[in-house]
Design a protein around this ligand. Structure first.
Ligand code: DGL
Length: 255
């Protein structure tokens, strides 16, 4: 069983890719919506949330933790991953995806905590040192997606405010898993710019890890949990990815 973690709904963009790559693995997804958004919180606090959230996955018997939250990767740069599970880090997947794209001038859209960490710039520089990387914080985006307003005019306006001053980069990187849900707005403004969603590479890495660890095929069941409001979570999941699994509230004291 694969665990996928995010602060809220954004990790569903990773879940969708993981399902395509690994349809026969069971998946347990946790959105820590009681604490979302993470992006403007201190990384020490994000680390403390990870301790509880990852213990939930360990109790559930997950074999592999696929991170669907870049902001948690920012905290892990300082504090490490607080779990015994093998972890697939999104910054690494993003670095691989950018290097493979051949883009020379990239803009990474991300949360404030991710931008502050400089994790993207470093992950990209390790694999493609000549690439120019601009990291841009977009604190308005996550609350819009969490509120189910990704399609609203205010979301279009928020994306325009961010993109307009940035010119015409070779590529836009979605450095937060909520942002692929705003992709139509980015596409409308920069139709000739490559859009890189690290979730694709993350799903490839997950498939590789499953095969390396020889994890057996399962039934492909998906269980989704939130620490926040169950009805709001159910609405968000159905709007973003449709009916893909069972939905329940996560008590972090047990599964
Ligand atoms: N979706 C997450 C990320 O990739 C977290 C966003 C947030 O909670 O601010 O960073």
């Amino acid at each position: 069983m694969i665990a996928i973690f995010d602060s809220g709904l954004g990790g569903l963009s990773v879940l969708a890719r993981v399902r395509e790559a690994l349809p026969r693995q069971d998946v347990i997804y946790l959105g820590d919506q009681a604490h979302a958004p993470y992006g403007d919180r201190p990384i020490e606090e994000i680390h403390r949330f990870a301790v509880e959230n990852f213990a939930f996955f360990e109790r559930a018997g997950a074999a592999l933790l696929v991170i669907g939250c870049n902001t948690s990767c920012a905290a892990a740069l300082t504090y490490g991953w607080p779990t015994a599970l093998p972890v697939l880090d999104l910054f690494e997947a993003a670095g691989e995806a950018v290097a493979e794209s051949q883009a020379r001038d990239v803009v990474v859209l991300a949360t404030t905590a991710t931008v502050r960490s400089g994790g993207y710039a470093r992950a990209i520089a390790r694999r493609a040192p000549a690439v120019r990387v601009r990291e841009v914080a977009c604190p308005e985006f996550v609350p819009l997606v969490e509120a189910g307003r990704w399609d609203a005019p205010e979301s279009r306006a928020a994306v325009r405010r961010i993109l307009e001053p940035l010119g015409r980069p070779d590529a836009i990187v979605y450095g937060c898993t909520h942002y692929p849900f705003l992709d139509s707005h980015v596409d409308a403004l920069l139709p000739h710019t490559l859009r890189i969603d690290p979730a694709l590479q993350q799903a490839r890495n997950a498939a590789l890890a499953v095969s390396r660890r020889a994890l057996p095929d399962e039934s492909g069941l998906v269980r989704l949990y939130t620490t926040g409001d169950l009805d709001a979570f159910r609405r968000g999941v159905e709007l973003l990815v449709g009916p893909i699994g069972t939905i329940a509230h996560a008590s972090l004291a047990g599964v």
